[in-house]
Design a protein around this ligand. Structure first.
Ligand code: FA5
Length: 341
């Protein structure tokens, strides 16, 4: 029996001396100490052993099993260590090499300014409502108190698909759609792209506006002034002043245009502000009663204020950009200047 035990140990040692991986070692483990392995099978032969010899035979087999398992465990630890070192070697990184930095894009200046404007008004309790870019004559003009053939249409001449379907020339249809869909109190902003038959250094055929509308009981020109003063205070330098000029929009009465002191010359007069010291940023006013009534709001109970600002204009003022077209040319050198990282 001892001979048989020795034979098992010798064969095992020989196999262990040439095994090269943990995976192959596990086959050897199964062969010797697995459920049907050579050593385990010896115990099964117990029934053929004389009863008085069984206890010592059992002990001998268990000792053999322990010895075999220990030999396998030592080899296993050795192979695992070897495989780990090989893996580390394969994955070795030279940490002294210069890193490859990822090229990240940055937010377009128009979006930077748009987000600042939305943040400023949302901080004052405004909600955002987006209307369609392709709209009807009714929403773009008629519901805003601009009937067919009214000369005020020339101020916002745009691109027509049919007599009735057009690219919206301003975000003011957002006022009407909001008032039709909800009753006061209303406090919304409507941002989006708008289109006009314009094209020069300060006018683009496609540009972005943000419309603001507040409708409630007792809304007055004082509220409009306070709101826009606060907006300018948030958006521009603390010494920037606002100026309200009388103006005309068919959908507001009275109507105003709002100027801010020029960011370049601070009111002294320069080429950017054409020597006036002021730059116009938006149109605004008290919502015309006809507009409220056409949208289903009782103008004897409620009044409203509205404003519409051009995002390009504010971006140009904030960054001292003299030609609106640079905002749409996608010149990477120009756009990279706005990377704030
Ligand atoms: C309007 O569009 C009115 N709907 C604004 C309004 C809303 C008035 C609510 C009263 C109540 P206006 O045509 O002035 O107004 O345009 C508003 C702003 O859009 C201008 O101050 C200017 O900043 C910008 N803007 C107008 N045309 C262009 C253009 N072609 N390119 C770039 N910006 C423009």
């Amino acid at each position: 029996m001892q001979e048989k035990f020795n034979d098992i140990k010798n064969r095992l040692k020989e196999e262990l001396s040439s095994v090269a991986s943990v995976r192959l070692l596990s086959d050897i483990k199964v062969k010797y100490v697995g459920k049907s392995g050579e050593v385990t099978s010896l115990l099964r032969g117990m029934k053929d052993i004389a009863p008085e010899m069984r206890s010592s035979f059992g002990k001998m087999v268990n000792d053999l099993k322990e010895e075999v398992s220990a030999l396998i465990a030592v080899k296993e630890a050795e192979l695992k260590e070897k495989e780990l070192l090989e893996k580390y070697e394969k994955e070795r990184v030279d940490i002294t090499l210069p890193g490859k930095s990822e090229k990240a894009g940055n937010i377009h200046p128009l979006n930077i300014v748009k987000n600042q404007i939305l943040d400023a008004f949302c901080g004052m309790g405004f909600e955002i409502f987006e209307g369609p870019e392709i709209d009807t004559d009714y929403y773009c003009f008629q519901a805003l108190n601009i009937p067919k053939d009214h000369p005020a249409r020339d101020m916002q001449d745009t691109f027509y698909f049919t007599d009735n379907i057009l690219l919206r020339p301003h975000t003011s249809p957002g006022q009407v759609r909001t008032m039709e869909s909800k009753q006061p109190p209303i406090k919304i902003l409507s941002p989006g792209r708008v289109y006009r038959a314009d094209d020069d250094a300060s006018h683009s055929p496609m540009f972005h506006q943000i419309e603001g509308l507040v409708v409630d009981k007792g809304v007055s020109l004082c509220d409009l002034k306070g709101l826009l003063d606060e907006f300018v205070r948030i958006m521009f330098d603390s010494d920037t002043k606002t100026r309200f000029r009388p103006s005309f929009f068919p959908f507001t009465e009275p109507s105003v245009e709002v100027d801010v002191t020029c960011c370049k010359c601070h009111g002294k007069g320069c080429s950017l502000c054409k020597g006036t010291g002021w730059i116009e940023i938006l149109g605004a006013g008290i919502v015309n009663k006809n507009v409220l009534e056409m949208s289903g709001i009782d103008s004897n109970v409620y009044s409203g204020l509205a404003f519409g600002l051009g995002i390009e204009r504010i971006t140009m003022i904030k960054y001292g950009i003299s030609d609106i077209r640079t905002l749409f040319e996608n010149n990477v050198k120009f756009l990279k200047q706005f990377n704030r990282r």
